[in-house]
Design a protein around this ligand. Structure first.
Ligand code: MN
Length: 220
């Protein structure tokens, strides 16, 4: 940790960022109706609740990422943590998808996928298994850690932010992410996203600017 970083002095509320595409842009794979509820109701509620919970507290002066990292494991901060995680996770999820998602990742990531999973199809299978196999609510993630790519699943609102891993992409497997379109068929929703919507440009940016950057010695 660099000790020279100035402490933030201005308290601004955590905001709900705009979607990176129009609400109907992911059709026919995810409907405008689902995005309307998921973004407009679920995501917004996490943001509003978080702002309520942190008002007047030290967390009100922190970035969203710091709120997650600094409340993890603190019994008295569980409500703040859950709403902060879900606020962050959803923004990351919207950006993990795009209309006409890349059918194949660009070379830099493709090479890492090859060396980490043995090929793109093997990655897709592993990502789908993690997403479908997560019992109950949770998230599936593609992460970079220790120079390799890995697939992990997390329960409820948990995410890799407090770890040394760099999240590259995520997939929301809470029922509210797919129930209006797919009912109980989580597997079909997962396949539709993986085959059609993954945003490899976003993954590439994350690989270049993610957690790993912070682990390097600070520049002078
Ligand atoms: Mn969700």
């Amino acid at each position: 940790m660099a000790s020279t970083n100035p402490k933030p002095t201005k308290v601004t509320p955590i905001t709900l960022p705009p979607l990176p595409w129009p609400e109907d842009a992911l059709e026919p794979f995810i409907s405008k109706n689902t995005i309307g509820f998921h973004y407009g109701k679920h995501h917004r509620t996490y943001v509003d609740k978080l702002n309520e919970l942190i008002a007047g507290k030290p967390e009100a002066a922190m970035s969203l990422e710091d709120i997650v990292r600094k409340t993890v494991g603190k019994q008295t901060k569980v409500d703040i943590l859950h709403n902060a995680q879900q606020t962050w996770n959803h923004t990351f999820y919207w950006n993990s998808m795009r209309p006409k998602g890349d059918p194949k990742p660009p070379r830099e990531i493709a090479e890492k996928i090859q060396s980490s999973f043995g090929g793109y199809d093997a990655f897709k299978k592993k990502f789908a298994e993690a997403a479908v196999g997560q019992f109950g609510s949770g998230w599936a993630w593609l992460i970079a850690q220790g120079g390799k790519l890995k697939v992990v699943a997390t329960p409820d609102g948990e995410d890799p932010l407090p770890t040394s891993a760099t999240p590259l992409l995520t997939l929301d497997v809470w029922e509210h992410a797919y129930y209006l379109d797919y009912q109980n068929r989580r597997k079909d929703y997962v396949a539709a996203v993986i085959d059609n919507l993954l945003n490899w440009d976003f993954a590439t940016q994350n690989l270049a600017h993610g957690n790993d950057k912070r682990e390097r010695p600070p520049r002078r």
